[in-house]
Design a protein around this ligand. Structure first.
Ligand code: ISE
Length: 304
């Protein structure tokens, strides 16, 4: 919540006589998620504007910057140090995250870093140590599910007594397909990392053990990966979460879960838009990808 506090001090509220001052956000990395964030900050987030962008693909950065009237920086270090930038979004490749996030912390600027915070444990610890040294919370990792309306209702049902004592959860996390660059353990570090975060948040407990079970290999796509997988997570209170990770399910982006409590259950379904009934039976839309499914959550996350 450091971000909110710091930014509020810049008088966003529009009471009479007060100047509206947008927070000028610098965005490092203009790939899919970085470009989406630039557009969201420009079009959807109240009280923010994009002050500058950086990408090693400088043509892409220039094009994006000119589309929103922002400045392009030749080095990310210059963007972080600039007096024209109040806060930073880090959306570069994962291995760059620690250095860039630490630079923001050292410059005293609030930073939203896309997941993962780092690609190695020792690097993640470096970021935490930098924040401890700074003496205040300036960094937040981009776990947007915490801002999703569906997950928030699930959390409410878990905390207001509706389902009694939450005991366990079942989750599915399916992607229609992944590119060849999706390698090795990325199903855990890139996809299931969201479940690792969201179930800690939902149960308000730390993870104490993780078991990964390979499943019979899907004959379709991703021969270079073990896919699907079942992951069994145990939390400090004894709660257990089973997660199916399937990154090549083909039919759509499907993220759901059910929490089982001592008195009932609460389920997170895909957000229902329309149901079509016709000669093909009853059909409902499944999101095509995570950008569609979690678009509103990303806006709420940036707004916060
Ligand atoms: C992607 O990078 C995301 O962050 C999505 O939320 C996740 O569902 C997907 O599996 C990842 O590849």
């Amino acid at each position: 919540m450091a971000l909110l506090t710091d930014l509020n001090s810049k008088s966003l509220t529009g009471t009479e006589g007060k100047k509206h001052m947008a927070i000028r956000v610098g965005v490092i990395g203009t790939g899919t998620i970085g470009s989406d964030h630039v557009r969201r900050l420009t079009n959807d987030v109240v009280g923010a504007s994009v002050g500058g962008v950086f990408d090693i693909a400088d043509d892409r950065a220039s094009q994006l910057a000119s589309s929103v009237g922002a400045r392009v920086y030749a080095r990310w270090q210059d963007l972080v140090a600039s007096d024209d930038i109040d806060a930073v979004v880090v959306a570069s490749p994962g291995e760059r995250h620690p250095d860039q996030t630490i630079a923001c912390i050292e410059a005293g600027k609030p930073v939203l870093c896309e997941k993962p915070i780092a690609t190695a444990m020792s690097e993640a610890v470096r970021v935490v140590e930098a924040e401890v040294a700074a003496g205040r919370r300036l960094a937040q990792v981009g776990f947007m599910r915490r801002y999703d309306a569906g997950y928030r209702s699930v959390k409410a049902a878990m905390t207001d007594g509706t389902i009694g004592e939450p005991l366990l959860a079942h989750a599915v996390h399916r992607n229609p397909a992944v590119p060849d660059s999706f390698q090795g353990e990325m199903s855990l570090t890139d996809s299931v990392v969201h479940e690792f975060d969201v179930f800690r948040w939902l149960f308000d407990n730390e993870i104490v053990s993780v078991l990964v079970l390979p499943v019979k290999q899907s004959p379709v796509g991703a021969a270079h990966l073990r896919d699907p997988q079942i992951i069994v997570v145990q939390l400090a209170g004894g709660e257990v979460v089973t997660i199916e990770s399937f990154v090549n399910c083909r039919y759509g982006y499907d993220v759901r879960c059910e929490i089982v409590g001592s008195l009932g259950t609460v389920s997170l379904d895909n957000p229902r838009t329309t149901v079509v009934v016709g000669e093909n039976g009853r059909q409902e839309h499944i999101p095509g990808d995570w950008r569609e499914r979690f678009g509103p959550a990303y806006v709420s996350e940036l707004q916060a």
